[in-house]
Design a protein around this ligand. Structure first.
Ligand SMILES: [Fe+2]
Ligand SMILES: [Fe+2]
Length: 341
């Protein structure tokens, strides 16, 4: 509208703002649980820069150990560095949808938390490698070189979903978009608690404790949204959720378990290299759960989610990889991935 229209000279009240308008001018209350989660989020804010970095001396490790531990942080950052834009987009959607005030705030808190996780990954990698870019860094050992090749493939795979995600966001309700997210949050919360418990370095223990607590809140946000919206779920949304869950499993397995071959495009020695890195990192006191423990953790997160979806009659996908039967979901493509965690 140009300024010259000057409607105010001819009418007492302005015309109604066309809807949906990106920002509501209201602070509607509804789901009390969201208020509680937001209050907790405010209380539990942390800053990666304020952890006890002064106790951490990368030089007390060999180069192979440094590269192996940095590899694990790089693997995590493929997920956590994509989360800020993913949640920033979801935050905008909560405004476009005129969501309850507390829901908007909760999505804001997830965006902020994920940015912290991303920063933490960056700080750990930078200290360990003495370089800000794990893909451009010049490896010092044979394992470091292989680890970097792994990281390049992870990054390539992780970067492929963004266009599909952007198209999916306006099409589907939040509670459908984030259905598989719950599974990731449950598993992430557990894995980070385990890593905090086993960590030898205070700075890593603090980081994993904080990240695990954040993921627990994200889980609660997701769950609350489902409890609010799933009872009135559209039938057509149900099969989409089933697909989402399978897609989420395939995507998140790369960090919470091991990347499934049918989805991740990776070199044949990828898993071997990753296992070698994990072994070196463990040996150096950086606790990463063993494969069996990861599998158990992942499986119980999935069963947890299944318990939630059963309540709302949403068919669960078959996940034979961890021994869960259900509806067969074939041909997942990247457009169906909501890659968060
Ligand atoms: Fe995270
Ligand atoms: Fe998260």
């Amino acid at each position: 509208m140009s300024r010259r229209t000057n409607l105010a000279a001819t009418q007492d009240l302005p015309p109604a703002t066309p809807q949906p308008n990106v920002f509501p001018l209201s602070w509607a209350r509804g789901t009390e649980k969201m208020e509680e989660i937001w209050t907790a989020a405010q209380k539990e804010v942390w800053d990666p820069a304020h952890l006890s970095w002064d106790t951490f001396d990368p030089e007390s490790y060999t180069w192979e150990e440094r590269e192996a531990i940095a590899y694990w942080w790089t693997l995590l950052s493929v997920f956590d560095a994509s989360a800020p834009p993913v949640f920033a987009e979801a935050l905008i959607k909560t405004y476009e949808d005129h969501e309850e005030d507390a829901v908007r705030r909760c999505f804001f808190s997830v965006t902020r938390d994920e940015q912290n996780h991303e920063q933490m990954c960056g700080m750990a990698i930078t200290k360990l490698l003495g370089h800000t870019d794990p893909l451009a860094y010049e490896p010092k050992t044979e394992l470091g070189e292989k680890a970097q090749r792994n990281a390049k493939w992870l990054y390539f795979n992780g970067g492929r979903y963004w266009e599909g995600y952007k198209q999916a966001v306006p099409k589907y309700p939040l509670a459908v978009l984030f259905s598989s997210f719950l599974m990731g949050e449950i598993a992430a919360a557990t894995i980070f608690h385990q890593m905090a418990e086993g960590a030898r370095e205070p700075v890593f223990e603090e980081a994993f404790t904080n990240i695990g607590r954040d993921e627990g809140r994200h889980m609660a946000i997701c769950m609350t949204l489902m409890e609010r919206d799933y009872p009135k779920l559209d039938v057509s949304d149900r099969s989409l959720i089933t697909k989402q869950i399978r897609a989420g499993y395939l995507f998140l397995s790369a960090v919470l378990y091991e990347p499934p071959e049918d989805f991740w495009d990776l070199p044949s020695d990828f898993i071997d290299v990753q296992r070698r890195c994990e072994a070196v990192a463990r040996e150096a006191g950086f606790h990463i759960p063993e494969l069996e423990a990861k599998k158990e953790n992942w499986r119980s997160a999935i069963l947890n989610l299944k318990g939630v979806l059963d309540r709302y009659d949403v068919p669960f996908p078959a996940i034979p990889e961890v021994g869960i039967s259900g509806e067969e979901v074939l041909d997942i493509d990247l457009d169906e991935i909501i890659p968060v965690f």
